[in-house]
Design a protein around this ligand. Structure first.
Ligand code: RAM
Length: 549
């Protein structure tokens, strides 16, 4: 009995230490980081918006996803008549907005003798409102789709939909009413919100109209995603992802310059890191800050955190924050050698066995070995640059040797001297992803990079990007290869393609040859205002000599 008591006492005394030993970062450390995240939480700027008119959805083979919105009347005409005859009307707010919708309903004949029921569907693009949602075939929650049912008991009533929505078009349908009375709808308004309050610098006068339009759509996309964190998409998934944060923050550096938001996001991710010190790929803010536990470890996103931190330091000179977060960046590197063979080549199978998620792009069948090899080298170089700025080079002294070993391995095993292209995986797959990341990791020298980028552009069977996310790295690789004209052409055809198809904000997934491409098996569930697609803003403003003349 006495022995048991002693064991229990020792356990109690040891418990806090055991807990501490399990967590790579101390409780105080996490608290301090999350405290700084909260201190840097931006005030949302609210604006009241009104609809600009009514539209009709018209099937048109040449329109994006087969549907276009054609002006069909004024908002006053909607307000002026009984709503009973107008069920299914589509209201156009004229721009992509994120926030809260309010409308008023008044009786126009007799007193109400029964409730009214409406279905409101908010859509970012026209086809979203013209495509039946059910039976729902999608891979993500059906509830992301923005159709809301509202029952109104007493009139007059002013109703605000509690759910935050992201949209341009709103379809209003009447699901239930009584013959005993009539009613009209009036005063539709929207409380739009974003943490952006300032306008970025104007582009050079010589900028072409198409590039200026791409820039404007990119700015809208970024503004809509900049809420109290950098969200990936205000419609879906409405959370902070590292990969999206990296691209949004560099676009922000060259436009809105709201560095405080970047700082907040870097701190949130650090404060919510896994116990083993590696980063969760995504986090939520409500009901309180927490990570998306249980999601597979997204290896390359953990590495891209380092690039985001380096860019933050470059943009702000805020060494205090960068030093505070340096241990996080240093820790992320530890995964790099886990699945390398003796030569220094990445074995994706090994990572898969451990349950890691290798992303690179939403494109079925993409082999990710070469891309990951490139991303790892890129991330090590970014971290080394960060270390130099912080006087911490001695803490990552092993990096230069590892970089050369992995570069050599990639050159020996992944480079085909005959074709000038990089291959990936056992089947030697050729993809744009592999070329881009081999160039960005500087595995290819400039001449080889140009050769690879030229060859891939005309390659018939190469696996091509399915998202603006990967296309961003493709543009970056072209610029790095000294192929400015090709970079500009690509921006004009890819993002310009979305603009020409009517984009108000840039889409999460886009394949010029397949408008209905969806990573989730149902295109209406795609996000049509997606953070990672905003990066023309970054390119156009960082390289005025390429894009602004
Ligand atoms: C998508 C998200 C996000 C991205 C991840 C990997 O589902 O919308 O943008 O970072 O995938």
């Amino acid at each position: 009995m006495k022995d048991l008591k002693i064991i229990a006492l020792v356990c109690c005394l040891m418990f806090p230490f055991l807990l501490k030993a399990q967590d790579f970062y101390s409780v105080e450390q996490r608290k301090s980081w999350l405290g700084k995240a909260e201190m840097n939480k931006p005030q949302l700027v609210e604006q009241e918006k009104k609809p600009i008119g009514l539209v009709k959805l018209v099937a048109d083979q040449n329109a994006f996803q087969g549907w276009k919105a054609v002006p069909s009347g004024t908002v006053e005409s909607l307000y002026g008549q009984s709503f009973k005859k107008q069920s299914g009307v589509v209201v156009d707010f004229g721009e992509h907005l994120t926030g809260y919708y309010t409308f008023t309903i008044r009786a126009s004949r007799n007193f109400p003798d029964a409730p009214l029921r409406f279905k409101l569907t908010f859509g970012e693009v026209p086809a979203e409102l013209a495509t039946p949602f059910d039976p729902y075939p999608g891979g993500l929650s059906r509830a992301w789709l923005q159709d809301e049912t509202v029952t109104v008991i007493d009139l007059p009533a002013t109703v605000t939909i509690p759910r935050r929505v992201a949209f341009r078009y709103l379809k209003m349908e009447l699901l239930g009413s009584s013959n005993g009375f009539d009613f009209k709808i009036t005063d539709m308004k929207f409380k739009a919100q974003s943490s952006v309050s300032n306008a970025p610098a104007a582009l050079a006068a010589a900028t072409s109209p198409l590039i200026a339009k791409i820039d404007a759509v990119g700015l809208s996309t970024l503004k809509e995603c900049m809420q109290t964190v950098y969200e990936d998409g205000p419609k879906r998934d409405r959370r902070l992802w590292i990969g999206d944060l990296y691209l949004e923050s560099i676009a922000n550096t060259y436009s809105f310059k709201n560095h405080q938001l970047t700082k907040r996001c870097l701190y949130i991710l650090a404060g919510l890191a896994q116990k083993d010190g590696f980063l969760h790929a995504s986090t939520f803010e409500t009901p309180d800050l927490h990570a998306q536990e249980g999601q597979a470890f997204l290896f390359e996103y953990s590495l891209l955190y380092n690039a985001a931190l380096k860019e933050y330091l470059l943009a702000t000179g805020d060494k205090e924050t960068a030093l505070d977060l340096w241990p996080v960046a240093k820790k992320q590197l530890e995964n790099i050698s886990r699945h390398l063979d003796a030569k220094g080549l990445f074995n994706p199978g090994g990572a898969g066995q451990q349950g890691w998620w290798l992303f690179v792009d939403w494109r079925d069948g993409l082999d990710k070995q070469a891309s990951l090899q490139g991303i790892m080298i890129f991330a090590m170089k970014e971290t080394l640059a960060l270390a130099r700025q912080l006087g911490k080079e001695n803490e990552v002294a092993e990096l230069p040797a590892l970089i050369s070993k992995m570069t050599k391995a990639a050159r020996t095993s992944l480079y085909d001297k005959n074709t000038g292209l990089f291959t990936s995986g056992p089947d030697k797959q050729i993809s744009l992803a592999s070329q881009s990341w081999m160039v960005l990791g500087e595995v290819a020298n400039k001449a080889e990079a140009q050769r690879a980028m030229k060859a891939i552009a005309v390659h018939k069977t190469a696996v091509r990007p399915g998202t603006p996310y990967l296309t961003h790295y493709y543009v970056a690789a072209l610029i790095k290869s000294g192929m400015a004209k090709e970079a500009k052409d690509l921006m004009e055809t890819y993002w310009g393609g979305m603009v020409n198809k009517g984009a108000d904000t840039f889409w999460e997934a886009y394949d010029p040859n397949n408008d209905k491409l969806s990573p989730y098996n149902f295109f209406p569930i795609n996000s049509y205002c997606h953070a990672w697609s905003c990066t023309p803003v970054y390119f156009i403003r960082k390289y005025p000599e390429i894009f602004q003349k």
